[in-house]
Design a binder for this molecule. Structure first.
Ligand code: ZN
Length: 105
């Protein structure tokens, strides 16, 4: 997905990263919003593929998976036929080292 500079900045503002020597091994905790279907989620002000919500006064926004954003910044886009699977089991972890790509079935 295309991300604006502002979205990337708000993504990083909602991540608590461990000390540099533990950045591979320890979880990166998401402190931003969560979505019932996506888990850790970043609000974006346009339509994307995924759950869409409407705000009062007609403004429209979507939720982007924070895990997917994290993966994308580290490795590149997650394609439509792929999904990310957590390998650490922490619902709020968005460390790209703690996910693997799997086929979407
Ligand atoms: Zn983790």
């Amino acid at each position: 997905m295309r991300l604006t500079f502002r979205e990337v900045a708000s993504f990083w503002a909602a991540v608590t990263k461990p000390a540099i020597e533990y950045q591979e091994s320890a979880c990166w905790l998401w402190t931003g919003a969560t979505h019932p279907a996506l888990g850790p989620a970043l609000r974006v002000h346009r339509f994307i593929d995924g759950p869409v919500c409407r705000m009062p006064r007609g403004a429209v926004f979507s939720w982007a998976s924070a895990r997917e954003v994290s993966w994308q910044l580290a490795h590149g886009v997650v394609h439509m036929d792929q999904k990310l699977v957590s390998t650490c089991g922490n619902d709020l972890c968005i460390n790209p080292a703690h996910m693997v790509l799997a086929p979407l079935v």
